[in-house]
Design a protein around this ligand. Structure first.
Ligand code: ADP
Ligand code: MG
Length: 249
């Protein structure tokens, strides 16, 4: 594996139960690159995100996943997180009894070992301020009673605190109001500036892409990637739809 390559997905077949959803996906994301994954609903985009992060409900039946030069295909989810893979869910879980602050602290400790409370609190407060999030958020139970926009903000905060090498954002911008989209865009910009990590952005909209330099775009249909291109692909799809763009070659 080329050392500039951070994530390399090779001929990936993924099943849920006995139903195969991904039928041989190939995808390479370089260091410090922004990739966009598009495609109609139900084609397997979220499934790819879950397979890369190691969700046990999604089993790899063929192919492999390399991350940072290491084969992670059979690695448990926490080991992958430790190596720097982060997924922002399309539908984040609510966790009663665990505050957002405690959740982030425990995730960070899993990754880096023990952490002084003072240092953690300082970094959390500083990051929340950058995201223009009210500090009281951190003491609320994770996602319980959060609006759609608040859940997304909470995830962007997690991303900035955990500093992953690769962040997969799954429809992080869909259904959000203008302010929430702005927070997500600002969070992504800060992540790039501070962490220099790579991004795989699964999206239907161009709103959070406007301020970013997209290195590559991929189109998935029926569990395979049917088209690869540059930033221009995103614009072409938004203008004329998947069918027209795919018919072009
Ligand atoms: P996308 O994100 O592109 O909309 P998904 O990856 O969510 O697509 O889903 C692809 C297909 O796999 C769909 O037919 C969906 O119903 C099925 N699928 C995904 N996850 C599960 C699951 N946990 N259990 C059963 N079917 C699933
Ligand atoms: Mg999805």
């Amino acid at each position: 594996m080329n050392k500039e390559q951070l994530l390399k997905v090779e001929n990936l077949h993924v099943s849920v139960g006995d139903k195969e959803i991904l039928h041989g996906v190939d995808l390479t994301v370089g260091r410090d690159e922004i990739h966009v994954l598009m495609g109609p609903n139900g084609t397997g985009k979220s499934t790819l995100g879950y397979a890369v992060t190691g969700n046990p409900a999604y089993s790899v039946t063929e192919g492999r996943i390399l991350f940072d030069g290491e084969d992670i295909t059979d690695m448990p989810v926490n080991e992958r997180a430790k190596r720097g893979i982060f997924l922002s869910f399309q539908n984040p879980l609510e966790v009663p009894g665990v505050t957002l602050s405690a959740f982030i602290r425990s995730a960070l400790e899993q990754k880096t070992g023990s952490l002084r409370l003072w240092d953690f609190k300082k970094k959390l407060a500083e990051t929340m301020k950058l995201l223009q999030m009210d500090a009281s958020y951190a003491e609320r139970d994770l996602n319980v009673g959060f609006s759609g926009g608040e859940k997304k903000k909470a995830e962007i905060l997690q991303m900035l605190m955990l500093e992953p090498k690769l962040a997969i954002l799954d429809e992080t911008d869909s259904g959000l109001d203008v302010d929430a989209v702005r927070t997500v865009s600002e969070g992504v910009r800060l992540y790039r500036e501070r962490v220099h990590g790579s991004l795989l952005i699964i999206t239907h909209s161009t709103r959070i892409l406007e301020a970013l330099h997209v290195d590559a775009a991929h189109v998935m249909e029926n569990g395979v990637i049917v088209k690869n291109g540059g930033a221009e692909l995103v614009g072409a799809i938004n203008e004329s739809g998947f069918a027209a763009v795919n018919a072009q070659d």
